[in-house]
Design a protein around this ligand. Structure first.
Ligand code: ADP
Ligand code: MG
Length: 387
């Protein structure tokens, strides 16, 4: 689960990690009031959306007067920000964070994540901060260090390795060790799956400060973090994904043309791969899961039929615990309110496949039947092209 920058900074602050002082503002008046309360001479007005790359897209404004803060807030609130991470549609800005403007001496990249290879929490650091880390990884991978924390805490030698790699000297080596320990504790205590500071800065006064913060909570651990669940901002999430999650469906919207309904995450991935191999792209990932009900299948079909990016639907069910007749019944229920406005290709095999096919055929639905996944993907890609 994602949260906003200002929320991530509040969590960091709780754990003693230095962050710039700032205030949330939901209106232009609140932005100007926030600036007054913060005091100082330079402020930064930052659009709060669940995506990075805001600086380059004009979502981070440096201001030197109340008039500039007001103008920035007026401009940003309600506007749609398109960044490298939002996709073409962009994201609407509903919240602003007004921060004290800090004097930046140097910028670093630092993140924490769960390294699946070593099964440890790992730091990823780079002296090339404030930049697109994927680009750094592609062009100058030697500027990135990944260090898995061996024990329960960051050891002295581990923090020294990181500080040296970042080129820190003198007092900052000690400050870095303290910071790393606090970040590690934040990440573990809050069950993070990712914590990213890009940039982590050294100020003109020589202090290490988290200038930007992104925190992703491990969704599987949310049951023990009601305080993080409270931070969820539904405006930032895809309404289709919210709807699907209410029915226990694993649904992720993508940008292709073939709507997929599959059981099992592995089969769903394979289905998406084969669609690509046949020359199109999936419009979604959808795993209906094992114990799926007719109502949930119905909901899933409605999601696919009401998505105007979807040009064809591919149903790929390998019935085990999932019964093919449940899938067929869900389809019949869905078309009562959402007509089958795109071609549907079905591959139904396994438990109750005969019953499932019979239900669809008896209803007189114009469905194209496929014998295997290869053929199903071929049919779906052709159907999406109107063939
Ligand atoms: P994003 O990663 O979405 O572009 P950041 O929070 O990293 O957003 O901000 C982009 C850039 O704006 C930073 O690299 C930094 O140069 C500048 N910036 C952000 N916050 C501040 C601040 N409080 N004081 C001074 N400069 C800032
Ligand atoms: Mg950033």
């Amino acid at each position: 689960m994602n949260i906003h920058e200002y929320q991530a900074k509040a969590i960091l602050n709780e754990f003693g990690v230095p962050v710039p002082r700032g205030k949330l503002a939901l209106s232009v008046d609140e932005a100007v009031a926030a600036m007054d309360q913060l005091g100082g001479k330079i402020w930064v007005v930052k659009a709060q959306i669940h995506a990075g790359g805001r600086g380059k897209a004009g979502g981070v404004r440096l201001c030197r007067s109340a008039a500039e803060v007001k103008a920035a807030a007026e401009d940003l609130l309600g506007s749609v920000l398109v960044t490298k991470q939002t996709g073409e549609a962009g994201k609407q800005v509903n919240r602003l964070y007004v921060e004290e403007g800090l004097d930046i001496e140097s910028e670093f990249y630092l993140s924490l994540l769960v390294d699946r290879e070593t099964e440890k929490v790992a730091f990823v650091v780079s002296p090339a901060g404030g930049m697109d880390i994927e680009e750094v990884a592609a062009t100058t991978p030697e500027k990135i260090l990944t260090l898995a924390v061996a024990g329960d805490q960051v050891s002295e030698s581990e923090s020294r390795t990181i500080a040296t790699f970042l080129g820190l000297e003198g007092m900052q080596v000690e400050a870095c060790a303290t910071l790393l320990a606090k970040l590690h504790r934040t990440f573990c205590d809050k069950d993070g799956s990712m914590l990213e500071l890009n940039p982590l800065i050294v100020t003109g006064d020589g202090d290490l400060v988290a200038l930007d913060a992104k925190f992703v909570a491990d969704s599987n651990a949310l049951y023990r973090h009601p305080e993080i669940v409270d931070l969820r901002d539904l405006d930032e999430e895809d309404p289709r994904e919210i709807e699907a999650s209410q029915f226990g469906l694993n649904y992720i919207a993508l940008d292709g043309h073939i709507g997929c309904m599959v059981n099992g995450a592995g089969l769903a991935m394979a289905t998406m791969d084969i669609i690509q191999l046949k020359g199109d792209k999936p419009a979604n990932f959808l795993d209906v899961g094992g114990g799926v009900t007719v109502d949930a299948v119905c909901e899933a079909f409605k999601l696919l039929f009401s998505d105007n990016h979807v040009k064809a639907v591919l149903v790929n069910i390998f019935g085990g615990i999932v019964r093919c007749d449940v899938i067929a019944q869900g389809l019949l229920e869905a078309i009562e309110t959402h007509p089958m406005n795109v071609p549907v290709v079905m591959r139904l095999v396994g438990t109750n496949e005969e019953e499932g096919r019979k239900l669809v055929k008896d209803a007189g639905l114009d469905v194209r039947w496929a014998n295997d996944l290869d053929q199903a993907a071929e049919f779906a890609v052709a159907a999406a092209k109107g063939l």
